[in-house]
Design a protein around this ligand. Sequence first.
Ligand SMILES: Nc1ncnc2c1ncn2[C@@H]1O[C@H](COP(=O)(O)OP(=O)(O)OP(=O)(O)O)[C@@H](O)[C@H]1O
Ligand SMILES: [Mg+2]
Length: 290
Amino acid sequence: MSAVIKFEDYSWKYSRTKVPALHDVNLEIEEGAIVGVIGPNTSGKTTLAYSINGLIPNQYYGVRSGHVYVMGKEVKEYKQSELCQKVGLVFSDPEAQFTAMTVEDEVVFGMENLGLSIEEIKRRLEWVVPLTDIEPLMDKPPYEVSGGQKQRVALASVLAMQPPIMVLDEPTSMLDPVGRKRVFDVLGRLKQEYKSTIIVVEHSLEHLVPLSDHMVLVYNGQVLLADETTPFFEKMDFLMEHDVFPPGVMEFFFRLRLLGHYPDSLPLPKTLEEGTERLREMLAGGKDGR
Ligand SMILES: Nc1ncnc2c1ncn2[C@@H]1O[C@H](COP(=O)(O)OP(=O)(O)OP(=O)(O)O)[C@@H](O)[C@H]1O
Ligand SMILES: [Mg+2]
């Protein structure tokens, strides 16, 4: 697979700050992958996201060095209108991106800007509205729906433009557990139906880990670890030293392994369902039991 996004020795320092928000970043993101980006507060995750969609350097003052390539071309070489079609960004505060008076207009707005025909807009609405579960909201003002609904409207508006790369910056940070689950349900369906590259910045690993093909740890402005999800979490000690709290089920099996009750050869389970199944096999004295 080829890299659809590539950071090469990339650093960015916001003006009037002393320390770079990102420094010496080297990272490749494969086409079609779902990538989970994690790291503590102020580590540089949003800066990484903005460096992909061109908000940095176009909308922020600062000093940059190195390179960021999106689909083979440097971000700074793109016209913003051209880059918007390649990279769709969903903000953690969805209201920041609303412009229309109804949810329907909000979702249609971006497609009209792309100059799509009425038939194509209808066709995409028929796809994106059930996918993001926003049918009952179409006539409402986007500001007047719940936090979780706003997030799904924001997602629908970006998705309707069908960008080959989507970046979601903490899409569930303002949501309760039910709202969070519904957004991740949508992302799960998206993974099945829409083969784009999706980068999700998120603190809630419980939902993020089962979804992600790759994981990236940003820490103190650096990418400290980037790998496929399973080998990434094999470095459990390293992750915990850097304030990563893996899903409970992974940590449980990691501890079982330390005690010699879980084989090194088996991957740590990503979901409770997987963990339960492993445990059932082990208790039944199956081939992997001890
Ligand atoms: N507009 C700005 N001007 C100056 N410094 C900024 C600006 N935006 C972010 N920073 C600084 O850059 C660093 C990285 O911030 P960033 O928002 O990328 O972190 P983050 O990992 O997204 O954090 P969070 O988890 O809180 O969203 C921080 O030290 C932050 O204070
Ligand atoms: Mg952030």
